[in-house]
Design a protein around this ligand. Structure first.
Ligand SMILES: NC(=O)c1ccc[n+]([C@@H]2O[C@H](COP(=O)([O-])OP(=O)(O)OC[C@H]3O[C@@H](n4cnc5c(N)ncnc54)[C@H](OP(=O)(O)O)[C@@H]3O)[C@@H](O)[C@H]2O)c1
Length: 290
């Protein structure tokens, strides 16, 4: 049996991975959550990783409260960056391969075309900076790691933009939504499929595990305004939505104005057909309704 450890398995991505773990044949998954393994406890983190001969470790933990991170810098640093040094060291000591998730917020959003993995990083927020430190720590301490940078993640689990917009749309007659931030919504179920696809390819020896940084989001481009319109249209919510500029909705952490990711590398290497964001949104909304 192939041993696979999933850390932070109660978050949006972690739960989508739990739902799909049967797709990796002859494998045994171990799932940890904040309750069973706090990644800021470096001794316990090291012991947990070294307890089994894990072949793969999937890290789904993160400090994801982007605005709160501006004032809780130390905690964000501990979870998003320092823990990755420990995961890197411990995984390398048992020769495990790591799949880790990072963010479009490692860029400052001043680009005019989709960001490639080779573009210079320049995070504008504490969250983005700590996530970038985490990527670098992991790759330094375990070069046999894959970092998947993604954007605008949502799922049927946890709190996310989709659920907030459904709730607000049902409560209110009018909503103001930002239209000058452009990115791509990503269904966590599709990201989970991709992570498990990479593992299956390696196990079946069809495509070797190729360490490094990859960009992954759904296909297409949207503003938060477009995203909200699509959510409401698909659910028949009739609330009036007005586009506003970022300057009219100030937040403690600055947001990138443009954070579309170029996915050519992952599509070419892992032969992926990535779903269009509206199709994946539909899939997620159908599951929420069910
Ligand atoms: N959400 C987005 O829009 C977005 C966008 C781009 C990239 N990403 C990245 O995608 C990945 C998955 O994000 P997600 O949306 O699935 O995040 P999420 O739903 O917030 O899940 C993160 C998980 O980590 C857990 N966690 C927090 N602190 C921990 C600690 N000290 N020890 C152990 N576990 C801890 C959380 O537990 P609790 O829930 O109990 O606190 C939660 O279960 C992350 O790396 C994130 O940075 C997310």
């Amino acid at each position: 049996m192939i041993q696979i450890l999933v850390i932070g398995s109660e978050g949006q991505l972690g739960q989508e991975i739990q739902n799909r773990c049967a797709s990796v044949k002859d494998s045994q998954f171990t799932f940890t959550s904040l309750e069973t393994l706090d990644v800021t406890d470096s001794t316990k983190l090291t012991d947990t990783i070294r307890k089994q001969p894990y072949k793969y470790i999937i890290n789904c933990t993160a400090y994801t409260a982007v605005d709160k991170a501006e004032s809780e810098t130390e905690l964000a640093q501990a979870i998003n960056a320092d823990a990755l040094k420990i995961i890197g060291q411990a995984s390398a000591s048992i020769k495990a391969k790591v799949l880790h998730v990072s963010t479009d917020y490692v860029f400052n959003g001043t680009n005019y075309k989709p960001y490639t993995e080779d573009d210079d990083t320049c995070p504008a927020s504490v969250y983005g900076k700590t996530k970038l430190d985490g990527e670098q720590n992991l790759i330094q301490y375990n070069p046999d790691s894959i970092v998947l940078r993604t954007s605008w993640l949502y799922s049927t689990y946890g709190n996310n933009f989709v659920k907030t917009m459904i709730r607000l749309g049902q409560e209110r007659d009018e909503l103001n939504v930002i239209f000058d931030q452009i990115g791509t919504p990503t269904y966590a179920g599709d990201l989970a499929d991709t992570i498990l696809h990479i593992i299956r390819c390696d196990l079946e020896e069809s495509i070797a595990f190729q360490p490094g940084i990859y960009h992954y989001s759904n296909e297409g481009v949207a503003s938060w305004y477009d995203f909200t319109l699509a959510i409401h249209q698909q659910l028949g919510i009739t609330c009036e939505i007005s586009p506003i500029e970022s300057k009219d909705y100030p937040t403690p952490a600055p947001r990138p104005h443009y954070s579309v990711l170029n996915k050519t590398k992952i599509k070419d290497i892992y032969q992926l057909n990535i779903p269009y964001w509206k199709d994946s949104l539909n899939k997620c909304l159908n599951q929420l309704n069910a």
